[in-house]
Design a protein around this ligand. Structure first.
Ligand code: FAD
Length: 510
C-alpha cells in the first residue's frame, strides 16, 4: 500500500509536524491560542451548568500513514546526537524558544521547569533589549531576560524524546534508507498522484513527500569530490573519531603535533578547543573573512522582539532573488559565540592557538611517509608541517547537484537562487506537485532562520497545514482505488505485490 506521507530525514522537522500556527502569529496571539488548545485537552473539564465532566484527551498516533526515511539511522536525531557527541557540544547556540515542540513557544522552558532542570539553561549576556532604544531597554530588561537563555544539549534531546512519545512517533516509523531517486506521476488533483521513492533498500510509494534533508549535499573538502575522504584531513561533519588515531598516537608518544583548522564558524572554534584539550601542541586556525562574534547564528533583529517586522519584510519581498539577498545579509557567513571567543583568546594567550583572518588555503601536499601536510596560504603565513587538517567550512546547499532530485527536476523544472529551490508559498515544489521542502533548502520561503530549529518548526507547521488540506480534501484510501486510474498502470501494482513479500510491510503501511 502507498504511504500517504513520506518524510526524507529523521532530524528535527518531522518531530513537529502538527497544526499549531506558532510561526505565523505574534507571540501574544500565539500564546493565547496555544493555551486554549493545550489546556482544553490536557485536563478534565467540568461543565458548571450540567455538572458533566469531560475527561482529558490522550495523544493519538499520527492521522496519516507516515514513513520516515533517514540515511543516518532508524532512530530520531541519530545525526544530531552523533555530531553533538563527537563535537562534545554542551549547550545549544540559539535561545530556548528555538525547539521543535509544536505545542507552544515556551514548551522547552516548561519542560525545564517541570523536570527541575532550569539550571541547565545558560544566560546569554549582553543582548536583552539590544534591538530597542537605550531608554526602552532599561525598562524592559527585567521582563525579557528569560528569552535569552540557551538550553543544554541534554535538556533539548530529552525534550525531543518526550515529544516523540507524546505524539506517538516511535513505533517503526523510521527506516534507515538512503533516498536515491524520486519520481511523481500526476493524478487527477493535487495529492491524487503518486510518488515513487527509490532507496538503497527498495521502493516506496506515497501521495505526499516531505524533504527535510538539512543542507542536503554531502560535505566537501576543497579540491575533492563531495563525500570523498582523504588521509590526514576531514570535513568536521564527517568526523568519525576524535582526535584522529594518527594524531592520538603522536600525542601519546609525546611528539610535537600541529593541526590546521579551516573555517570561521562556531564549529571551527569548537574543534580547535577540543584539539588543544586533547593534547595537540598547537592549533593553527585560518578563516577567509574577519572573525565575527555573535551570540546566535543570526543577527538579533531576526530573533528578538521585533523579528516579526523583519520576517514581514522578507515575506513581502517582490522576488525569490530579493529574498536570497536578504538571506545572505542576515546570515553573513559563519560566526563565533562570545563564550567561544573568550576561550579562543585564552588559548592564544597561552600560545596554543594562532588565528589568521582574511586568509585562505592555496595549496596542500600530503607526505604519506612522514604523515604530514605542507600547506601554502594566501597571504603567506609561516606554517610548520601539519599533522591533520579539519575543514569546518560548512556545507553548500544546491538542489541542482542533489542526486535524488534529478528526475523531479527534469520532469517538473523550477528555478533556484543560490542553490535553493523557488518553491511556492506552501513550501511545495509546484502547485501540482505535493513535494514539500523544509529546513535549509526551504529558506527562500521560510526565511534566513530556515537552517536553525525555529526554521525547522515554522516549516513543519506550514507543511502540516498544507498536508491536512490536501489529504482531508482527497481522503480516498488508495488501497481501494484502482491504481491504474491514476495513470500509472500495472507497473506499480507489481511494486505493491512485491512489497507483500516484505516482512516489514506492515510497518510501511501502518
Ligand atoms: C553541529 C550543529 C549544531 C547545531 N546547533 C544548533 C543550535 O544550537 N540551535 C539551532 O537552532 N540549530 C542548530 N543547528 C541546526 C539544526 O541542527 C537544524 O536546524 C536542524 O537539524 C534541521 O533539521 P532538519 O531535519 O531539516 O535536518 P537535519 O537535522 O540535518 O537532518 C537531515 C537528515 O536527513 C538525512 N538525509 C540527507 N539526505 C538523505 C537522503 N538522500 N536519504 C535519506 N536521508 C537523507 C540525513 O542523514 C539527516 O539525518 C545545529 C546544526 C549542527 C550541524
Amino acid at each position: 500500500m502507498a504511504d500517504k506521507v513520506i518524510v526524507v530525514e529523521a532530524g528535527m522537522d518531522q518531530c513537529d509536524i502538527d497544526r499549531t500556527p506558532s510561526a505565523l502569529f505574534t507571540d501574544d496571539e500565539h500564546q493565547r491560542y496555544t493555551w486554549l488548545c493545550r489546556h482544553s485537552g490536557r485536563m478534565a473539564i467540568k461543565n458548571h451548568r450540567n455538572g458533566s465532566v469531560r475527561d482529558p484527551k490522550t495523544s493519538s498516533p499520527p492521522r496519516y500513514s507516515t514513513l520516515v526515511l533517514d540515511a543516518s539511522g532508524d532512530e530520531w536525531l541519530t545525526n544530531w546526537e552523533r555530531l553533538f557527541e563527537t563535537l562534545r557540544i554542551q549547550q545549544l547556540r540559539n535561545p530556548k524558544f528555538f525547539h521543535v515542540d509544536p505545542a507552544h513557544r515556551d514548551a522547552l522552558l516548561e519542560f525545564a521547569v517541570t523536570s527541575g532542570r532550569t539550571g541547565e539553561c545558560a544566560e546569554v549576556n549582553g543582548c536583552v533589549g539590544r534591538e530597542r532604544s537605550k531608554h526602552a531597554r532599561k525598562k524592559e530588561r527585567a521582563a525579557k531576560r528569560q528569552d535569552y537563555y540557551t538550553p543544554s544539549s541534554g535538556l533539548f534531546v530529552d525534550q525531543c524524546r518526550g515529544i516523540v512519545d507524546h505524539y506517538c512517533l516511535r513505533d517503526g516509523m523510521i527506516r534507515k534508507e538512503v533516498v536515491e531517486d524520486l519520481d511523481y506521476h500526476v493524478g487527477d488533483g493535487v495529492g491524487e498522484g503518486l510518488f515513487t521513492v527509490k532507496t538503497n533498500r527498495g521502493m516506496h510509494q506515497a501521495r505526499i513527500v516531505v524533504i527535510a534533508v538539512g543542507p542536503g549535499n554531502s560535505p566537501r573538502i576543497p579540491g575533492q569530490i563531495p563525500g570523498q575522504r582523504i588521509d590526514g584531513a576531514c570535513h568536521v561533519m564527517q568526523m568519525e573519531k576524535f582526535p584522529d588515531p594518527v594524531v592520538k598516537t603522536k600525542i601519546t608518544r609525546g611528539q610535537t603535533t600541529n593541526v590546521l583548522v579551516v573555517g570561521g564558524g562556531l564549529t571551527s572554534a569548537q574543534i580547535g578547543d577540543l584539539e588543544i584539550k586533547s593534547g595537540v601542541t598547537k592549533v593553527w586556525h585560518v578563516m577567509r573573512s574577519h572573525l565575527k562574534v555573535k551570540p546566535f547564528d543570526l543577527n538579533l533583529e531576526w530573533l528578538g522582539k521585533f523579528r516579526n517586522v523583519k520576517q514581514a519584510i522578507f515575506w513581502s519581498a517582490d522576488s525569490d532573488e530579493e529574498r536570497w539577498e536578504q538571506i545572505k545579509l542576515a546570515r553573513n557567513g559563519g560566526s563565533i559565540t562570545p563564550t567561544f571567543h573568550k576561550i579562543m583568546k585564552a588559548h592564544v594567550a597561552r600560545g596554543r592557538l594562532s588565528v589568521f583572518t582574511n586568509t585562505v588555503v592555496e595549496a596542500r601536499v600530503w607526505d604519506p611517509g612522514a604523515q604530514r601536510w605542507t600547506v601554502q596560504t594566501e597571504p603567506e603565513i609561516d606554517l610548520p608541517p601539519l599533522d591533520y587538517i579539519y575543514y569546518a567550512t560548512g556545507i553548500q546547499s544546491d538542489i541542482r547537484s542533489l542526486p535524488f532530485l534529478q528526475t523531479i527536476q527534469k520532469k517538473f523544472p523550477i528555478e533556484s537562487h543560490g542553490g535553493l529551490p523557488c518553491i511556492n508559498d506552501d513550501l511545495m515544489w509546484k502547485d501540482e506537485v505535493p513535494l514539500f521542502v523544509t529546513g535549509r533548502l526551504g529558506a527562500l520561503k521560510i526565511g534566513p532562520g530556515a537552517a536553525n530549529l525555529a526554521g525547522a518548526r515554522s516549516g513543519a507547521e506550514r507543511i502540516a497545514w498544507s498536508i491536512a488540506d490536501i489529504l482531508d480534501e482527497n481522503d480516498v484510501n488508495l488501497v481501494d482505488k484502482d491504481l491504474s486510474s491514476l495513470g500509472i498502470g500495472n507497473r506499480y501494482n507489481s511494486l505493491t505485490s512485491d512489497s507483500e513479500t516484505d516482512p516489514d510491510e506492515s510497518q510501511e503501511s501502518a
